[in-house]
Design a binder for this molecule. Structure first.
Ligand code: HDD
Length: 699
């Protein structure tokens, strides 16, 4: 079957609006400007004249360039691409985007953080937005998801409180892009329904390595409706082909300073170099009857449906392969809405989704300033909108004729609803007394928090304990810290105990271990490895598949390796390593003692203007560097962040010199330090990190 695609349709549409600059400079009314560098004055040194309409228009437009940033998810980065269905859901839905195998549907995805302002760094500890727009032939479909499958709250009415609590505090607007402060933890300590989400937010999931090494989730349960009107519940998943991998917290903080645009830059440069970012689209399909049997409620956005109960079925692939032409026009002006669904889909009564359906339309109006925001190129559907809505600020569409109502006899009774093609809400029964209550089926707030904890590997549990120590030690109000320890104790006393040690509080359990600071201490890892909790609200499971990132696919593709070098480096050895890396889709970049030629290899970055935290691994290629402190620091940082290290040519003595900065730590192949073996190094790179590198407790 020839690949039918409407990718071109959207690209042509956007290209039509991408204004290629002409040769002559004009004002916004098309008047060619003679001189744009000097205001019109009376005399060489006289006053500027009001009649200078070019000056007035230029300053006028400039003064009005900023629009309100998003109230949450202000910091974002977007890219275009396509979704191609590979496995039809024709038994479950009539939605063409989920039934027409082989069709490439244009998409635009915007990744974001939640709490930080528009100019905040890419790598705070935070949830990541993962908003996908499908420009389908049946209208726009938006999966406005996150990289975490649950949420802090069950009811949308609490969202303003949650956001007010996490944003910089209103009396002094600090801290920027951080949850480690009193108001956030005060709110959380009084909101037990947040505990499952807190475990995800304090895990490595909240510091993703890159956009294409994080998962995406639609979070809510939606409905699919087939041609016979039968309903199936569905949850949407984005599974990155490269697996799901994270930074470590010390590294994430340093990246925020060394390159605040770290993730944005990675995506831009990958696509700019002809690369792409790829995910599988997966669905969990289950019936209302199945859902009724579980000990959790699928309308509760603080709960997952564990993949052990309902496997994720991969049905297609999304590829992001085109950068926006203009950040503001596309990435800033895109307006997603959870209410953007197509025929063959429907909402469920999830109270969080119901509230979101109101909020997104509402917020676009205040942010984009006109009811015609949906006519902006990035928001325009590929099938033209046709209705009787008229006027409003910034009307782009020109509707001819005299009829702007329905029914009508003066224009062939067009446009008219279409019984067959149109969207129909599924006639689900809905009745009951007007109540402001939370259903009992929503009331278990710790069962799946324990399920997540149990599903973590020992090193991931240590990272959660370290994150909670970091966060709660920043809280200045003692009773808030203590209240949080109570919640943690309900998840597991050993977790609460290890966090308490960091807060100067009594441990909550007999057993304790030296809390990890820089390393992941083996003693704390061993202690927390034994901390298995009794779960509930999890379908009878004690732990769930696919929650630990250490179970994820591994790949060296997209990895970025620093090759440290000075003048006279062995260029042949460097090029051999770069070829071995590029064969696996990774990249080896020379970081030199200076820019430019180092005797056969080019340095585009230097030890002074770069940092180990910006790379996945470090190889030293030059023995002269053992006296270069910056080189030794580069290696030390990478070691502490559990990154693969290597030496080629005469670089081994530099590794030895660097190891002397960390006495008692193993710098050998068994602990991820590879000397002169490109194949072994590339294989290690694919494993992401070397987690067994903690110092030998006997040393
Ligand atoms: Fe939201 C933006 C995702 C709960 C109200 N949200 C926004 C964005 C994402 C999400 C990815 C950025 C979209 C973009 O890139 O432009 N939001 C979520 C997820 C949630 C969630 C996965 C929980 C499951 N959101 C949520 C609730 C409400 C909102 C409960 C309000 C009741 N969200 C908004 C908003 C935003 C928004 C205020 C701000 C900017 C925007 O809509 O376009 O309407």
């Amino acid at each position: 079957m020839t690949k039918k695609t409407n990718t071109d349709a959207k690209q042509q549409d956007l290209a039509h609006d991408t204004l290629q600059p002409g040769n002559m400079l004009t004002d916004n009314m098309g008047h060619v400007i003679g001189d744009d560098q000097n205001s019109l004055k009376a005399g060489e040194r006289g006053p500027v004249l009001l009649e200078d309409h070019f000056l007035r228009e230029k300053l006028h437009h400039f003064d009005h360039e900023r629009i309100p940033e998003r109230v949450v998810h202000a910091r974002g980065s977007g890219a275009h691409g396509y979704f191609e269905l590979t496995d039809s859901l024709g038994d479950y839905t009539t939605a063409q985007v989920l039934t027409e195998v082989g069709v490439q549907t244009p998409v635009f995805v915007r990744f974001s953080t939640v709490a930080g302002f528009r100019g905040s760094p890419d790598t705070p500890r935070d949830v990541r937005g993962f908003a996908t727009r499908f420009y389908t032939q049946q209208g726009n479909w938006d999966i406005v998801g996150n990289n975490i499958p649950v949420f802090f709250i069950q009811d949308a009415i609490k969202f303003p409180d949650l956001v007010h609590a996490v944003k910089p505090e209103p009396h002094h607007e600090m801290p920027q892009a951080a949850s480690a402060h009193d108001t956030f933890w005060d709110f959380i300590s009084l909101t037990p329904e947040s505990m499952h989400m807190i475990m995800w937010a304090m895990s490595d999931r909240a510091i993703p390595r890159s956009f294409d090494t994080m998962e995406g989730f639609g979070v809510h349960t939606f409905r699919l409706i087939n041609a016979r009107g039968e309903v199936t519940f569905v949850k949407f998943h984005w599974k990155p082909l490269l697996g799901t991998h994270s930074l470590v917290w010390d590294e994430a903080q340093k990246i925020a300073g060394k390159d605040p645009d770290f993730n944005r830059r990675q995506m831009w440069e990958t696509i700019d170099a002809g690369g792409m970012l790829e995910w599988h689209l997966g669905v969990q399909l289950f019936t209302p009857e199945q859902a009724a049997q579980w000990d959790f409620d699928v309308l509760d956005a603080t709960k997952i449906v564990p993949e052990d109960l309902v496997p994720v079925r991969l049905i297609g692939k999304m590829v992001l392969n085109r950068n926006p032409d203009n950040f503001f026009s596309e990435t800033e002006q895109v307006g997603y809405m959870t209410s953007n669904i197509v025929p063959g889909m429907d909402f469920t009564e999830d109270p969080l989704l119901q509230g979101r359906n109101f909020s997104y339309l509402d917020t676009q109006l205040s942010r984009l300033g006109s009811p015609n925001w949906q006519s902006l190129p990035i928001n325009r559907p590929v099938n033209a909108a046709s209705n009787n809505q008229r006027d409003g600020h910034m009307r782009f569409q020109i509707n001819p004729g005299r009829v702007s109502y329905f029914p009508n006899s003066l224009d062939g009774n067009r446009p008219a609803p279409d019984e067959k093609q149109g969207f129909h809400s599924h006639p689900v029964m809905a009745s009951g007394a007007k109540l402001r209550v939370r259903p009992a089926s929503f009331s278990d707030h710790y069962g799946q928090a324990k399920l997540f904890w149990n599903s973590m590997s020992p090193v991931e549990r240590v990272h959660i304990a370290k994150a909670l120590r970091f966060e709660l030690s920043k809280v200045e109000t003692p009773h808030v810290r203590l209240a949080m320890l109570e919640h943690l104790e309900k998840i597991h006393p050993l977790l609460a105990s290890q966090v308490a040690l960091g807060l100067g509080e009594k441990p909550r359990a007999q057993e304790t271990a030296k809390p990890s600071v820089t390393y992941d201490e083996p003693a704390e890892m061993a202690l927390l490895a034994r901390a298995e909790a009794d779960t509930s609200a999890s379908g009878g499971l004690k732990k769930a598949a696919a929650l630990s990132q250490l179970e994820q696919p591994q790949s060296a593709k997209g990895r970025h390796v620093a090759i440290l070098a000075g003048d006279g480096v062995d260029a042949g050895a460097v090029k051999a390593l770069q070829q071995a890396l590029s064969a696996e889709g990774a990249m080896g970049e020379v970081v030199g003692t200076h820019l430019g030629d180092l005797g056969g290899v080019q340095a585009m970055k230097t030890l002074g203007n770069s940092h180990a935290s910006l790379f996945d691994a470090v190889v030293v290629a030059d023995g002269q560097l053992q006296t270069e402190t910056e080189a030794l620091d580069f290696l030390r940082e990478a070691y502490l962040h559990a990154k693969p290290l290597g030496a080629i040519a005469d670089g081994a003595p530099v590794l030895a010199a660097a190891s002397r900065q960390l006495p008692g730590t193993p710098w050998d192949a068994a602990h991820g330090v590879i000397d002169d073996d490109n194949a072994a190094f590339v294989q290690l790179l694919a494993q992401h990190r070397v987690w067994n590198r903690a110092p030998n407790p006997a040393s």
